[in-house]
Design a protein around this ligand. Structure first.
Ligand code: GTP
Ligand code: MG
Length: 197
């Protein structure tokens, strides 16, 4: 997989020119965005991961196979940074989603063990309001037993009030599960096979 790191950008202005379709990874802090990027792109340490929530502080752009960009964004909801910092990341995200319509599609990541929070609900609403195609990506599947999986998915569908046709991609960066499904979905979006839900 050919991957080019385009850089880290603290604000929306100054990002790379939107010359490729753009896919964003959105999710609460610590839900596993950076780990998923590293797993998908096959390079450990490409995106910074941490036990310490709040690790990703910038918009990180990765160009994949010269076809599209994947963007690793700061997670929302991390309690231990200052309120001001939290609010500034959140408003960056909101602007990112409602701003200039350059986003092709989004991957909304949710740690399968936790109930989606208020910010997750807001993100989901913003995606639908902006008619941005999205898939729900359940992360850390290795932490759920077989028996816990269905209830976890049902809880996400109910809390986020998702349409039944919303794509669900089940992943574990640790156990290396779900890569083909994620890339398959991205390909469908790129070839026009995915409708807004
Ligand atoms: N068991 C398990 N742990 C995971 C998995 N993916 C990530 N983690 C762990 O979850 C923690 C957070 O992972 P990150 O990838 O840094 O999460 P993030 O969403 O990028 O976090 P922020 O940058 O703070 O928004 C780390 O301790 C990871 O090792 C997974 O598939 N399984
Ligand atoms: Mg991160």
């Amino acid at each position: 997989m050919q991957v080019e790191f385009l850089g880290s950008f603290p604000t929306l202005t100054g990002r790379p020119e939107p010359v490729r379709p753009e896919f964003a990874l959105l999710g609460r802090s610590n839900c596993g965005k950076s780990s998923l990027i590293n797993y998908l792109l096959g390079r450990s340490g490409l995106a910074h991961t941490s036990r310490q929530p709040g690790k990703t502080r910038l918009l990180n752009y990765f160009r994949v196979a010269d076809r599209y960009d994947l963007v690793d964004l700061p997670g929302y909801g991390y309690a231990k940074v200052s309120k001001r910092q939290r609010e500034s990341w959140w408003s960056l995200l909101r602007d990112y989603l409602s701003g200039d319509a350059r986003l092709t599609a989004a991957l909304h990541l949710l740690d399968g063990r936790h109930e989606p929070g208020d910010h997750d609900q807001e993100i989901s609403r913003l995606l639908r309001a902006g008619e941005i195609p999205f898939a729900v990506v359940v992360t850390k599947l290795d932490k759920l037993t077989q028996k816990e999986q269905m209830p976890a998915l049902r809880r996400i569908i109910e809390t986020l009030d998702l349409a039944p046709e919303t794509p669900f991609l089940l992943t574990s960066a640790r156990r290396r599960i779900g890569r083909d499904e994620v890339f398959g979905w991205i390909d469908e979006v790129l070839t026009g096979g995915v409708q807004d839900v």
